[in-house]
Design a protein around this ligand. Structure first.
Ligand code: 5AD
Ligand code: SF4
Length: 439
């Protein structure tokens, strides 16, 4: 009988990919299998996120809860960005933690579980460490890291500190992994990186020169692969070449996540994002002129230090102009090792936005986005989408899948069509759900 692993994953898609890597390593090399019940686990892992302060603060109470309910000899490990950021401070603060493994060190999981009270958090530049572990559970969708770390220095962001400078994974490794996945039945691949379209700027070693647009093109030539998605591109690096490949290539899904962060040029500059709202709008207009059905998602931070009412109105204005399909919005959270925190500490003229004001702005933003989404969802009635079905509820005969534009669509159907891509006409809107009929 193998050992049981319980893993809690917080944060972004990158962390999900890292958790998948950890699970595959432990299954292959240490014969673990997954459990959803921490009480019966032999190993409990928390894959942490440090982008905002709150989840980081909650980490120690979570460790305490796991320590109370775990089996007597079970181990607890802390992985991910907070592990990178706090390192052995976690061991000092919590006697229940057996090891700490940084976000850049996931491939060492099968070694560290045999160590006692150690923290491995160095920034590793060896790309052989990112050779993908075989995932024995083939599914319809696969995730591939194409780069690690981030070279940008956005002034609010702790990620360059926790995940280190950016290196690209050699294209040959990515293509091999994609082919293997497709051979295992994967239809859709999600390419991951903090800054995917900066791909190819730096490798850890001598490797074939290739940029993101060329990589997309090469992956799309894999027979049997139906769909490619990626997250997140940086608006600054969205050049015309990329836009024309994106528009022209039928395998590249027509939905894009473009983190705006703020609609105010003054705030964008203070965030060091490197673009203006005019550039962002220009990129959207160019893409929409080629792809009228394009769906756009974004991330927005409200309450960045010094953000005025006028700055916030500029952000709201971008909602009207772009009409984002998905919005992840956050209140600014001051993070160590960031320029913005330094300004707050050292420059008396830089102040945090009042908490109540920031909360109100977040609420207004979310409300307006919800209205826009409802209006736009109604425009979907009668439209035809290609849906890749991912699940089938046999009791209610309901198929569920996603359109090319990443909309979740449900369809009543007499048979299981999971894994197939079918044409569906949208017939009804129920809350945020789109309902359709097979045609
Ligand atoms: N405070 C609030 N939100 C942040 N993000 C990154 N850093 C911070 C911070 N300090 C948000 C950005 C980013 C997303 C992953 O998290 O919007 O795109
Ligand atoms: Fe953080 Fe900016 Fe890098 Fe994104 S691009 S991970 S926001 S520093």
């Amino acid at each position: 009988m193998g050992k049981k692993l319980y893993i809690q994953t917080l944060g972004c898609a990158m962390n999900e990919r890292d958790s998948a890597h950890i699970i595959a390593e432990l299954q292959e090399k240490e014969h673990y299998f997954l459990t959803q019940n921490p009480k019966e686990a032999d190993l409990i892992l928390i894959n942490t996120c440090s982008v905002r302060e709150k989840p980081e603060k909650k980490l120690f109470s979570e460790i305490g809860q796991y320590a109370k309910l775990k089996k007597q000899d079970a181990k607890i490990g802390v992985c991910g960005c907070t592990a990178s950021h706090l390192g052995d401070v976690i061991l000092k603060r919590s006697k229940s933690v057996d090891f700490v493994l940084g976000a850049r060190n996931v491939s060492k999981i099968s070694q560290i579980i045999h160590q006692k009270r150690v923290a491995w958090v160095d920034i590793d530049y060896d790309d052989s460490a990112y050779v993908f572990s075989q995932n024995p559970n083939s599914t319809l969708k696969g995730m591939i890291n194409i780069s690690i770390g981030c070279d940008k220095k956005c002034t609010y962001c702790i990620v360059p500190h926790t995940r280190g400078n950016e290196i690209s994974i050699p294209a040959a490794l990515i293509l091999d992994e994609a082919k293997r996945m497709v051979g295992d039945g994967v239809k859709e691949i999600l390419l991951l990186g903090q800054n995917v379209n900066n791909y190819g700027k730096r490798f850890s070693n001598e490797h074939r020169a290739i940029n993101f647009t060329q990589l997309l093109n090469e992956i799309s030539q894999i027979n049997g692969l139906e769909r490619i998605r990626f997250t997140s591109p940086h608006p600054l690096h969205m050049d015309d070449d990329f836009i024309s490949e994106f528009a022209r290539n039928p395998k590249i899904c027509k939905s894009i996540h473009m983190p705006l962060q703020s609609g105010s040029n003054a705030i964008l500059q203070k965030m060091r994002r490197g673009y203006t709202k005019e550039w962002f709008l220009n990129r959207i207009e160019k893409m929409r002129s080629l792809i009228p059905c394009l769906s756009v998602g974004t991330d927005i931070i409200v309450g960045f230090p010094t953000e005025s009412e006028e700055d916030f109105l500029d952000t709201l204005d971008m909602l009207e102009k772009v009409r984002f399909d998905t919005l992840y919005s956050f209140i600014y959270s001051s993070r160590p090792h960031t320029q913005a925190q330094k300004w707050l500490e050292e420059d008396k003229s830089v102040k945090l936005v009042d908490e109540e004001v920031a909360k109100e702005r977040l609420m207004l933003l979310k409300e307006r986005h919800k209205e826009i989404l409802t209006e736009d969802n109604f425009k979907q009635i009668g439209k035809i989408h290609s849906i890749l079905f991912e699940s089938f509820d046999e009791e209610n005969l309901l198929l569920e899948g996603r359109s090319d534009t990443n909309k979740l669509v449900r369809v009543k159907a007499g048979r299981n069509l999971v894994g197939e891509i079918c044409k569906v006409k949208i017939s009804q809107i129920k809350g945020a759900q789109l309902l359709g009929e097979l045609i």
